[in-house]
Design a protein around this ligand. Structure first.
Ligand code: GDP
Length: 433
């Protein structure tokens, strides 16, 4: 669903207005100073449309040094949502703080709706017009307390929200989670699919009843249905001749495009090949979650396995974050461990770290290990926000250039401290001013 952030300086009535929008009975949310409220997003419905409301009131008391930094609050809102509602106290008029925030919002590409709150009676209505000076278009008079004008405000807001959700909204999960089964020819993809399908209580054709080839296979594992995408060739065990590598990589590409998580099969009875690495590179570039299955474990004796595991450790350092499972598609050994690994990877891939928690963590990390001085200047890391999930993507705001080594350090600690097992994590740095 599209996402809307409600921003404004403290005490303008953001939380009360959020309650109006989401139709909750309690008039006021209890604000506890110094305590970060993690739950700041709410699902709402108006005029038959669903959308998500983010109450930035929950952002205020977090991360040291950011308190009351309304420009930062607005900037964060713009980064993570589809539209922004700025709330102003009409009984006070536009303050310098309001103007600073409006300035940031005017620069954004996102639609902004201006709510003139606390218009509790006719006397204040006249003051509303003065808010045009903020340069955010028509101010919409509303009384979060009495509900007056809130219908009109919601109509205006829905008109501003995009019809289709953006990348920030995360999308919904409709139907089974989508898995791509990847690996070089003869690594055991068909065997594994057949094994999983054979073990499952019911195998359903994704497009049952049609005469064309079903492309996907629905496989039930432990009561949960998974959609293995682009499996037509696999189920028919079409064997690829040499020189078919181009088509194999094309297949990998299309499968990845429709999948959320990939299982990359590797033949553990042989050394890792360049072709294996190419498949892994494609998964990394696609930003999908990843589980590595080391197949044909039945061909490897215990002694050999130790050596080959050490080699794999070295060859697969760039995907250290992915789970590796020794399986045998032939005997069915350990194939039951695949579903839990897929679940873990997807859970990491979907995850959103609440902004308050993220910045609390960041402040501590930076205090312990500050960014290295560069050209006589110490760059400061102002705050971080998770701009997207699937895969988790973070934006760091800084006052200067961060060295690659330090960026990697933050990335690694993010991954470790928040346990993003099985998912790539992206970190972008934005220098302000
Ligand atoms: P695909 O091309 O990746 O679909 O590979 P296949 O599933 O067709 O497997 C290729 C060959 O490897 C077949 O002869 C399989 O029987 C064999 N195979 C697959 N998995 C295993 C396994 O775990 N152990 C052993 N020993 N052979 C396997």
């Amino acid at each position: 669903t599209p996402t809307l952030a409600v921003v404004g300086r403290p005490n303008v009535g953001k939380s009360s207005l959020v309650n109006r929008i989401i139709g909750r009975r309690e008039a006021v949310v209890q604000d506890i100073p110094g305590v970060t409220r993690d739950r700041v997003s709410y699902e709402a419905l108006w005029g038959g449309r669903k959308f998500t409301v983010v109450d930035t009131g929950g952002w205020e008391p977090d991360a040291k040094g950011l308190q009351g930094d309304v420009a930062a609050q607005a900037e964060r809102a713009m980064l993570t949502t589809d539209a922004v509602m700025m709330v102003v106290d009409a009984s006070v008029g536009a303050t310098a703080t309001d103007e600073a925030m409006a300035k940031v919002l005017r620069r954004s590409k996102r639609p902004v709706i201006l709510a003139a709150n606390k218009v509790d009676d006719e006397r204040v209505v006249g003051d509303v017009a003065s808010l045009w000076t903020l340069g955010l278009g028509e101010p919409h008079p509303v009384s979060a307390l009495h509900g007056r004008g809130s219908g009109d405000l919601l109509d205006a807001m829905l008109a501003a929200l995009p019809a289709t959700p953006s990348e920030f909204s995360g999308g919904g999960n409709i139907g089974p989670r989508r898995v791509a089964l990847l690996g070089k020819p003869n690594v055991g993809k068909s065997s594994l699919l057949n094994k999983l399908a054979g073990d499952s209580r019911s195998v359903v054709n994704a497009m049952a009843g049609t005469t064309i080839d079903p492309v996907d296979s629905l496989v039930e594992i432990d009561g949960e249905v998974w959609r293995f995408v682009d499996t037509a060739g696999l189920r028919r065990r079409v064997h690829q001749a040499k020189g078919m590598e181009f088509y194999a990589s094309l297949r990998t590409q299309t499968a990845l495009e429709s999948a959320e998580v990939a299982i990359v099969l590797i033949d553990s009875s042989e050394p890792l090949t360049e072709q294996d690495q190419r498949v892994i590179t494609m998964v990394i570039e696609s930003g999908r979650a990843l589980v590595i299955a080391l197949n044909k474990a039945d061909l490897v004796d215990a002694e050999r396995r130790e050596d080959s595991n050490r080699e794999l450790e070295r060859d697969l350092v760039r995907v250290q974050w992915a789970q590796r499972i020794n399986i045998s598609a032939l005997t069915g050994r350990a194939t039951h461990r695949l579903a839990p690994a897929l679940r873990t990877a997807l859970e990491s891939w979907d995850r959103r770290i609440p902004t308050g928690r993220l910045n609390g963590w960041l402040a501590e990390l930076i205090q312990g290990t500050p960014p290295p001085v560069r050209g006589g200047k110490q760059p400061r890391v102002l705050f971080a926000t998770q701009a997207a999930n699937r895969p988790p993507t973070f934006v760091l705001f800084t006052t200067g250039f961060l060295e690659a080594g330090y960026r990697r350090f933050i990335e690694r600690r993010l991954r470790e401290d928040f346990a993003f097992t099985g998912s790539p994590v992206r970190v972008n740095v934005r220098v302000r001013e």
